[in-house]
Write a protein that binds this ligand. Structure first.
Ligand code: ADP
Ligand code: AMP
Length: 218
C-alpha cells in the first residue's frame, strides 16, 4: 500500500504513523525525521536544511524532492510505503506523481489529519521525541512511564529546536499557504481521506485503520 499522511505540524502524523507501520509492515518515510538526522550528523543536507527548519520554513523543494526520490527507490519500498510530511507543496505533489510514474506505482490513499490551530500549539510545545528511535511523546497527553526517558529504548527524550510557540505559529501559517492546496490536489484525484485528529489517539487510529484496511495486500 502506497500511502501519504498529511496534516498540519502537531496534528498527530508521527503518532499515527507508529500504528500504521506496525500494522501494515511498511516503511515510514518522514522527511522531517530525515532532515533532523542530517542536521544532527552535520551532513551537507543537514547544513542546507537547518536554517529553514529552525525558522519554521519549508526546506526548498529541489532538496526535499531529491531525498524522497532516492528513498522511494530503495527495495524496502517495493511492497508499499508511508510518506509522512511529504508532499507539502504543489511542486512536491507534482514531483511525486512523476516519481510514481517512473516506479510504475500509484499513491492509493492520502490520509489528512486535521486539528484546530489552538490545540495544535499545545501539542507542539509539549512534544518530546526519542532521539534514538523517533517515538513521539507529550508531557501532558502522552507522557513516558519515566520522566524524560523513552519507554522503548530507555534513551533520553529531547525537545525539537523548532517546537517553540513562535515557530509553531510560523509553521501553521506556512501550512495554510503552501500545503492546503495539496489537499485540493488529492481531493480532485479522489484519494483524500479526511480524519478528525482532535480525539484520543486510539479513536483516531480506529478511523484510519477502517479506511486503510482495504488497501492492505498482505
Ligand atoms: P506530527 O507528526 O503531525 O507533527 P505528532 O505525532 O508528533 O504530530 O504529535 C504532536 C504532539 O501531539 C505529540 O507530542 C503527540 O504525543 C501529541 N499527540 C498526538 N496525537 C494526539 C492525540 N490524539 N491527542 C493528544 N495528543 C496527541
Ligand atoms: P516535521 O517533522 O514534519 O514537522 O518537519 C520538520 C521541518 O522539516 C519542517 O518544518 C520543514 O522545515 C522541514 N520539512 C519536513 N518535510 C518537508 C517537506 N516535505 N518540504 C519542505 N520542508 C520539509
Amino acid at each position: 500500500m502506497n500511502i501519504v499522511l498529511v496534516g498540519p505540524p502537531g496534528a498527530g502524523k508521527g503518532t499515527q504513523a507508529e500504528s500504521i507501520i506496525e500494522t501494515y509492515k511498511i516503511p515510514q518515510i518522514a522527511t522531517g525525521d530525515m532532515f533532523r538526522e542530517a542536521v544532527s550528523q552535520e551532513t551537507e543536507l543537514g547544513k542546507k536544511a537547518k536554517e529553514f527548519m529552525n525558522a519554521g520554513k519549508l526546506v526548498p523543494d529541489e532538496v526535499t524532492i531529491g531525498i524522497v526520490r532516492e528513498r522511494l527507490s530503495k527495495p524496502d519500498c517495493e511492497n508499499g510505503f508511508l510518506l509522512d510530511g511529504f508532499p507539502r507543496t504543489i511542486v512536491q505533489a507534482e514531483a511525486l506523481e512523476d516519481i510514481m510514474k517512473d516506479l510504475n506505482k500509484d499513491i492509493e490513499a492520502v490520509v489528512n489529519i486535521s486539528v484546530p490551530d489552538e490545540i495544535i500549539v499545545r501539542r507542539i510545545v509539549g512534544r518530546r521525541l526519542c532521539k534514538n528511535c523517533n517515538l513521539v511523546y507529550h508531557v501532558e497527553f502522552n507522557p513516558p512511564k519515566q520522566d524524560g526517558v523513552c519507554d522503548k529504548c530507555s534513551k533520553n527524550l529531547i525537545q525539537r529546536a523548532d517546537d517553540q510557540e513562535d515557530t509553531a505559529v510560523n509553521r501553521l501559517n506556512v501550512y495554510a499557504t503552501e500545503t492546503n492546496p495539496v489537499l485540493d490536489f488529492y481531493a480532485k484525484k479522489g484519494v483524500l481521506i479526511n480524519i478528525d485528529g482532535n480525539r484520543a489517539r486510539s479513536v483516531v487510529w480506529e478511523d484510519i485503520k477502517k479506511a486503510l484496511d482495504k488497501y492492505d495486500r498482505n
